[in-house]
Design a binder for this molecule. Structure first.
Ligand SMILES: [Ca+2]
Length: 451
């Protein structure tokens, strides 16, 4: 290859010299010889180098290029700023996307909550509806009960008035019997009905007492009198049973009491055998033979049988406890013959215009204290409601008592046989501290004695 190149170069050099010589000889102006190398086409195997400095740059072209460059730089800057802007926008979009996703989950949560609330509200509405219907039923029932209660009250009032008129009839009949008896002395009948005796005027009582006393010593003819006035050493009447005892009368029984302060005369059972004696019995229950569900007037005057179950009477009690300072003894016996007692170191009643309010002292004893709760309470009967309960406690407890709301003790209640009783209300003869309110005691008595 090198040989071929050398040969070719030689040939072109010769050709150029020849041409130059011919031109000089023909008289033509000498021209600069130019050499043109015709290089045979070669196969380029290496890097091709171009000479860029071969021509000088044009100033206008440079200026144009610089202008274009500046423009491109500006464009670049613009693009950069756009890119930065878009970058911040993209970040913002990302943040918004994130926020949106958070919002979505929050919305889902709220929706679930709302759904729960709706269900709950629905349940509440249903419950409300149910309660409303219940209330409606209850109201209807209450109205029915109230109307039947009114009817019962009416019937009760009618029965009470009937009972009262029957009592009047009985009293009248008894008086007629007495008239007949006075004309026929051998047919006299003794009765210890407190209500009849205690409500009679003083002169009548004295007359009756003399008659009864004389009877009690002679009748019944075949046996000794179990009740009535015992044969006494002193004539009486006495201030109270302590006075009877002090006069040397140590036998328990019925004695005539005369309250000088009120010029009142009445009979009472004197208990001389227990707790040193001298006790004036003011109440006694033992066999359920007397009804204690009575009116104010009857509780005021007293009722029952002095040798059995009786209530001395609030008016007598009031005057009795005016004479001196008295203490109260309550004796209770259950159906297993277990006996307990409760004593209060003072006892008196306020007058009728203060509803025979109870004033009680300190408790002592082994029965438990079921009366102090009633201290300072007014007396309530079926026809005179003075208790602190919205209804009348006497209606529920079936007695007369110093009811509060209503009773820890109910010694004038219904006498049930056998102790534990079944009743709609706690209306038995009970002392809550001794066997509770649903146990009706067999025997109870209340007695007073000067301190
Ligand atoms: Ca009441």
């Amino acid at each position: 290859m090198d040989r071929t190149l050398t040969t070719s170069l030689t040939l072109f050099f010769i050709l150029c010299v020849t041409t130059h010589k011919a031109g000089a000889s023909s008289g033509l102006k000498a021209r600069r010889c130019s050499y043109t190398f015709i290089v045979p086409q070669q196969k380029i195997t290496g890097a091709l180098c171009l000479n860029t400095h071969s021509s000088m740059p044009n100033q206008s072209e440079v200026a144009a290029l610089q202008l274009a460059l500046r423009r491109q730089q500006k464009q670049l800057e613009k693009l950069q700023s756009q890119m930065e802007h878009e970058g911040s926008l993209a970040a913002e979009v990302r943040a918004l996307r994130k926020e949106s996703s958070g919002m979505n989950s929050r919305i889902a949560q709220l929706y679930a909550q709302l759904l729960h609330e709706v269900i709950h509200k629905k349940d509440q509405a249903l419950e409300h509806q149910r309660l409303e219907s219940l209330l409606l039923n209850a109201t209807t029932h209450a109205l029915q009960v109230s109307s039947s209660y009114r009817e019962l009250e009416k019937k009760y009032g009618a029965l009470t008035s009937m009972m009262s008129s029957q009592n009047q009839v009985i009293t009248k009949l008894e008086k007629q019997c007495q008239c007949r008896d006075s004309s026929q002395p051998s047919a006299t009948v003794l009765t210890n009905d407190v209500q009849r005796d205690q409500s009679a005027p003083l002169h009548q009582l004295q007359a009756e007492t003399v008659r009864d006393q004389s009877f009690s010593t002679i009748s019944p003819p075949t046996e000794l009198p179990l009740v009535g006035f015992p044969l006494t050493k002193s004539p009486g009447p006495w201030r109270d049973c302590q006075h009877v005892l002090d006069s040397g009368e140590t036998t328990s029984g019925i004695y005539l009491i005369h309250l000088q302060s009120a010029n009142r005369l009445f009979q009472a059972w004197c208990e001389q055998s227990q707790a040193q004696g001298g006790w004036t019995v003011i109440q006694r229950r033992q066999d359920g033979s007397v009804n204690f569900f009575r009116t104010w007037e009857q509780y005021k005057q007293g009722f029952g049988n002095l040798n059995g179950e009786y209530w001395l009477g609030l008016e007598h009690l009031y005057w009795l406890t005016q004479q001196a300072k008295y203490k109260l003894r309550v004796v209770l016996e259950d159906w297993q013959a277990r006996q307990v007692s409760a004593e209060y170191d003072s006892f008196h009643l306020e007058p009728e215009n203060d509803w025979y309010r109870l004033r009680l002292g300190q408790y002592h004893g082994n029965a438990g204290d079921s009366l102090s709760w009633h201290n300072n309470k007014a007396f309530t009967t079926l026809d005179r409601d003075k208790d602190s309960y919205p209804g009348n406690c006497a209606h529920y407890q079936k007695g007369g008592w110093w009811y509060h709301m209503c009773a820890h003790s109910n010694l004038n209640g219904m006498w049930y046989r056998g102790g534990h009783y079944r009743s709609r209300y706690q209306d038995g003869v009970y002392w809550a501290e001794f066997h509770g309110g649903s146990y009706s005691l067999k025997k109870v008595s209340m007695m007073i004695k000067p301190t």
